[in-house]
Design a protein around this ligand. Sequence first.
Ligand code: MN3
Length: 223
Amino acid sequence: MGSIVSSCQANTSSENTAGNNAAGNYELPKLPYSFDALAPHIDATTMEIHHGKHHAGYTKKFNAAINETTGSVADNFKDLFANVSNMSAGIRNNGGGYYNHDMFWKIMKPGGSEPSGEILEAINSTFESVDNFKTLFKAAAKGRFGSGWAWLVTNNGKLSIGSTPNQDNPLMDVSEIKGHPVMGIDVWEHAYYLNYQNKRGDYIDAWWNILNWEEIAKRYKEA
Ligand code: MN3
């Protein structure tokens, strides 16, 4: 059994609250809406398999990887990912998969919304306009070769766009792009192939219609 480093329990940011604890007891987060709620942009069957099989699989394997670890495992994602190069592939891949999907479900909602307030101002001042931001974000998401994620991250309020392979994310010390993930899109084929087949760009275009900008703004503010 991995022993638990519990020095950072006072931190109550979302990195800590996404899971329950690090004792290999993470639970699959509940989807905050029904499987068909994001249709037609993301179809019900894709959602059911993505949450019920893929995310459930990462959760199960993440717990197993923690339990197989002989060293200590941080009990919050920020510290765990900052040191992930010293962790097993099982913790890196499945811990990333656990965290990334938890964020992904929450930053979407039926009907979507539009950016406003501080996040809108930050996007406009960094990328000139929301349209220009969307163009750059789509390019990062389309340009990620194979499986991975595209991200909007913040470092001390400064926004940037990038992508990571597999289930890596910008909190990881192994990531080329670093910072707090404000939002991210899953561009693994399992996220879109049933409905969009090889047309990843069409999936990205549709995704803007189901974004929960209140949650994205909250993640920006928390960082
Ligand atoms: Mn996925």
